[in-house]
Design a protein around this ligand. Structure first.
Ligand code: ATP
Ligand code: MG
Length: 396
């Protein structure tokens, strides 16, 4: 006997706009959904007419399945649905049963049917389907009334070739593009609010990520590093397993503090971070760097500072948060679940040796002159060679 299953209709976001590449992106998205549901047995994922249909055994909690699918980038929305044959009698019976369930579960009193006929060969037109099914529901569920303006339940009837679907909810996904659709980037991941959001935003556009984190042990604590690992694990819940390279920046910070003007410490440290990250990125097939920098947020993120920072590397530097306001970044952090961890009060390597008056308008020539006093290439090579690489995977 075949196991009874719940159906979930998954709508593809922008993937649907990709012209000739559409099947490629849809296949990729279906694969990502399969991957996300791998831990459950007997789940089917199939593509049909621009939609993805997931069927999961009835014993599995539909909310859990919906939650898993909604985290997959590229998913616009999901509707847990009832599947029937494309036959008005069958659809009507299923609709009555479905609405009876909703009356018990949600206490709905009014409804409206919204019917759609994707199969243009189906002999009854959409408004007539809505009317016929609405009438059947009224007969089968005596407590219900039709309200076309403000119904408690909008009942969707989607008639397709062979099979039809009944549902009432559209649960929103994050949109974006399936992971792997857009190269791989190296995120400079701190324990703050911004960089986890930046990583998540790039992953949402289909970019695979890898991370580098700098600490200044023993000035920064082990607990501070655990916090970053916790953040990485949360992000990995969206973008899958990735590697994080952990590097002690202290020798470089000490060399800068001993040899260069105090007000230049921050910008110099940032240039070294970028150069180290670029080097690791090249070794690991990442084509770009990603940071959580945001125009004007701190001294090292003024326009002038960003220009001087950018000049340290050849790789493109993606700064997805550049023009956002902090409150909006915080909203995303809350929404994706990183905020509570990000605000835990542990020190960051950037706060070690913080100058009293960091320069906000660094001049490249002057910064290069200061840097020339350092054995930069060697220090960068040493930092890269000394890295610890840890595997990050989603928390269970
Ligand atoms: P965040 O909230 O991400 O920590 P921030 O506003 O505190 O950002 P900065 O500390 O100036 O800003 O850092 C700017 C960016 O530099 C961060 O978003 C991150 O990409 C990178 N960065 C900062 N500290 C580290 C670190 N310890 N390891 C790796 N990257 C870092
Ligand atoms: Mg920070």
């Amino acid at each position: 006997m075949t196991e009874e299953k719940n159906t979930f209709i998954v709508r593809c976001g922008e993937v649907a706009l990709k012209g000739l590449n559409k099947p490629y992106f849809e296949r990729m998205l279906a694969d990502r959904i399969k991957h996300a549901l791998k831990k459950f047995e007997n789940v089917e994922v199939k593509r049909n007419e621009g939609l993805i249909f997931v069927k999961a055994p009835k014993v599995l909690d539909p909310e859990l399945i919906t939650a898993e699918i909604s985290r997959v980038f590229g998913v616009a929305s999901i509707s847990p649905a009832i599947e029937t044959a494309s036959d008005l009698d069958e659809i009507g019976k299923a609709a009555v049963e479905y609405m009876q369930g909703l009356i018990t579960k949600k206490g709905i009193k009014t409804f409206k049917v919204d019917a759609k006929r994707a199969d243009k060969n189906f002999p009854v037109k959409s408004p007539d389907i809505a009317r016929i099914i609405g009438a059947q529901v009224l007969i089968g569920c005596k407590v219900l009334k039709v309200d076309v303006h403000n119904p408690d339940c909008l009942l969707f009837v989607d008639v397709r070739r062979g099979r039809s679907y009944i549902y009432e909810q559209k649960i929103m996904g994050y949109g974006g593009l399936p992971l792997g659709a857009n190269g791989k980037g190296m995120v400079l991941l701190s324990g703050g609010i911004d960089s986890p959001v930046a990583a998540w935003m790039m992953a949402k556009r289909g970019m695979l990520i890898e991370a580098v984190h700098f600490h200044s042990y023993p000035y920064t604590s082990e607990r501070a590093q655990e916090k970053v690992e916790d953040l990485a694990r949360i992000i990995s819940g969206y973008c899958g397993r990735f590697k994080m390279h952990v590097i002690n920046l202290l020798p470089i910070q000490e060399a800068i503090v001993s040899n260069c003007p105090e007000e230049e410490t921050t910008i110099l440290v940032r240039r070294f971070m970028m150069r180290i990250a670029e080097k690791v990125a090249k070794e690991t097939d990442c084509g770009m760097l990603i940071t959580g920098e945001n125009l004007g947020q701190v001294a090292s993120q003024t326009a002038e500072s960003l220009i001087v920072t950018d000049n340290s590397v050849q790789m493109p530097v993606m700064r997805p948060l550049i023009a956002m306001d902090k409150v909006d970044i915080m909203d995303i952090a809350r929404n994706i679940g990183t905020y509570e961890t990000s605000i835990l009060p542990y020190e960051d390597c950037c706060t070690v040796f913080l100058p009293k008056h960091p320069t906000t308008k660094p001049k490249l020539a002057k910064i290069l002159e200061s840097e020339s006093k350092l054995n930069a290439e060697q220090m960068i090579d040493d930092a890269v060679a000394s890295r610890d690489t840890i595997a990050i995977r989603p928390a269970e």
